[in-house]
Design a protein around this ligand. Sequence first.
Ligand code: HEC
Ligand code: HEC
Ligand code: HEC
Ligand code: HEC
Ligand code: HEC
Ligand code: HEC
Ligand code: HEC
Length: 349
Amino acid sequence: MANVVRDPRSAPDVIIPDLATNTLHPFKKEDVALVYGMLWKQRYFTKVGDDYFPESAQWDVKNKVWREYFVKNGTDWWSTLYPPDNMQRPTGPLCDGCHSVGYDVQKKTVVEWNVGCERCHGPSAAHVANPTRVNVQNPGRMDAVHSNDTCIQCHSQGRPLTNPIAGRQYDWPVGYQVGMELSDYWRLEENKLGEQSFTHFADGTGHKNRMQGNDFVRSVMYKHDITCASCHDVHGTANPGQTRLLGNALCLTCHGAGEKNGPRATTLEAHSLHKAGSTGSECIACHMPRIEVTIADVNVRSHTFEFITPQMTDTYKIPNPCTSCHKDKDNAWATNVLKHAPGRSPWRL
Ligand code: HEC
Ligand code: HEC
Ligand code: HEC
Ligand code: HEC
Ligand code: HEC
Ligand code: HEC
Ligand code: HEC
C-alpha cells in the first residue's frame, strides 16, 4: 500500500506499459502527473490547475491490454452526479482520500501520497518527538470494531453521511481519523436481497473490488472479534495479499478438524473432499473464491468466508467454488457430491 500512487518524474519506471501501444485514448508521458496502481490495474492522472483528472485509458496488468476507463451511469452511485467526462471528474473528491494521508478538502493538498503510517496510527508528531505507547494509535490494541474500521475506511464501497461537502460529492469518509467512529462519517453501500447490482450479488456478497470491509462485517468471524490484522500484516510479508502465513497454515492457526472453531469433521480431507495438497483442499479456494471484479475478468477474493452452495448459483447467479473449478461439471453434480459426503447435512444444500 506504500506504493499505490507514484510520480513518473521521480520514479521513471513506474509506467508499466509502452504508452505508444495505447490506441484507445492516446496520451503522452508528459501528460501524466501521477500513476495509480500496479497489482491489478494502472490508471494515469493528469493535472489541470490544482486538480487531477483520470485519463480515459487504463492498463489491465494481468491481461496486458489497454481498456477504456470511464465510470458509466448506473454503476458507482456518483456517476450521475458528475458530468459524463473524465476531465470534469476530479480525483480529489472521488479517489485521493483513499490513496493518501491528510487530503485537505479546502486546499486540495495531501500531507503524503499513499497509505502512510498516519492513516492507520493517527497523527503522530507528538509520538515522533517523544515515542511512547500512549501517544500513538495502535489498531493492535483497539477493540475489534475500531481495529477493523482502520481498514474499512478505505476497503469498502459506501458514501459519506453528509454530501455535498464544500460543494462537491465525495466518495470517501471525509473527516474520519483512526480511533473515531467510522459510522459517524460513512455508511456502507446498501443492497437489496434477491437483486444483483453493480456492487452486490443477490445474496449480499460483494460483486466488485474494494469490498473486503462490506463482506467481512457480514461474516461469522467478524462477530467473533477477528480482525483484518488477525490475518494480514500490512507492514509487509512475502505472502500473496500480505497474509501473516501462507495458504492453509494461516487458517489452521485457529481452525482444525474437530476443533472448537471447526470445521466439524474428523479429518481435513473429510471436510474438503479432496486429498491434502490438492488445489481443491485449499481453505481459500472454497471459502474465499475470486468473484469480485477489479477489471475485465480479473477478480479479487470474497471476504464473507461463507461457502457458496451450487443452489445459490442456480437461484442467485452467484458462482460457486465447485463448478468454478470443475468447469466440465454442473451444479446438480456438485450438489449430489456434497449431499452424499459423510457427516454433511443434506438439509443445508
Ligand atoms: C494500513 C494500516 C497501517 C499502516 C499504513 C501502518 N501500520 Fe503499523 N500497525 C497497523 C496494525 C493493524 C497494527 C497492529 C497489528 C500488528 O502489529 O501488525 C500495527 C502495529 C504497529 C506497530 C507495533 C506496535 C506494538 O504494539 O508493538 C508498530 C511499531 C507500527 N505499527 C509502526 C508502523 C510504522 C512506522 C508505519 C509506517 C512506516 C506503520 N506502522 C504503518 C496498521 C498499519
Ligand atoms: C488510506 C486507505 C487504506 C487504508 C487505511 C488501508 N488500505 Fe489496504 N489498500 C489500500 C489501497 C489503495 C490498496 C492497493 C495497493 C496497491 O495498489 O499497491 C490496498 C491494498 C491492500 C492489500 C493488498 C496488498 C497486496 O499486495 O496484495 C491488503 C491485504 C490490504 N490493503 C489490507 C489492509 C488492511 C488489513 C488494512 C487495515 C489495517 C488496510 N489495508 C488499510 C488502501 C488502504
Ligand atoms: C473508499 C476508498 C477508495 C476510493 C474512493 C477509491 N479507491 Fe482505489 N482502491 C481502494 C482500495 C482499498 C484498493 C485496493 C483493494 C481492492 O481493489 O480490492 C483500491 C485499488 C485501486 C487501484 C488498483 C491498484 C492496483 O495496484 O492494481 C486503482 C488503479 C485505483 N484504486 C484507482 C482509483 C481511482 C482512479 C479512484 C477514483 C475514481 C479510486 N481508486 C477511488 C480504495 C479506494
Ligand atoms: C481470516 C483471514 C482474513 C481476514 C480476517 C481478512 N483477510 Fe484479507 N485476505 C485473506 C487471504 C487468505 C487473502 C488471499 C491471499 C492469497 O491470495 O493467497 C486475502 C486477500 C486480501 C486482499 C487482496 C485482494 C485479493 O483478494 O487478492 C485484500 C485487499 C484484503 N485481503 C483486505 C482485507 C481487509 C481490508 C480485511 C478486513 C476488512 C481482511 N482482508 C480480512 C485473509 C483474510
Ligand atoms: C485468529 C483466528 C482465526 C483465523 C486466523 C481464521 N479463523 Fe475462521 N473462525 C475463527 C473463529 C473464532 C470462528 C468462529 C467459530 C465459531 O463459530 O464458534 C471462525 C469461523 C470460520 C468459519 C465459519 C463461518 C460460518 O459461516 O459458520 C469459516 C468458514 C472460517 N472461519 C474460515 C476461515 C478461513 C478460510 C481462514 C483462513 C483464510 C480462517 N477462517 C482463519 C477464527 C479464525
Ligand atoms: C472443497 C471445498 C472446501 C474446502 C477446501 C474447505 N471447506 Fe470449509 N466448508 C465447505 C463446505 C461445503 C462447508 C459447509 C457449509 C455449510 O454446511 O453451511 C464448509 C464449512 C466450514 C466451516 C463451518 C462449518 C463447520 O463444519 O464447522 C468451517 C469453520 C470451515 N469450513 C473451515 C475450513 C477450513 C479451515 C478449511 C481449510 C483447512 C476449509 N474449510 C476448506 C467447503 C470447503
Ligand atoms: C480450486 C479448485 C477446486 C475446487 C474449488 C474444488 N475442486 Fe474438486 N477437485 C479439484 C482437483 C484438482 C481434483 C483432482 C483430484 C485431486 O487433486 O484431489 C478434484 C477432484 C474432485 C473429486 C474427485 C472425482 C473427480 O472428478 O476426479 C470430486 C468428487 C470433487 N473434486 C468435488 C468437488 C466439490 C463438490 C467441490 C465444491 C465443494 C470441489 N470439488 C471444489 C479441484 C477443485
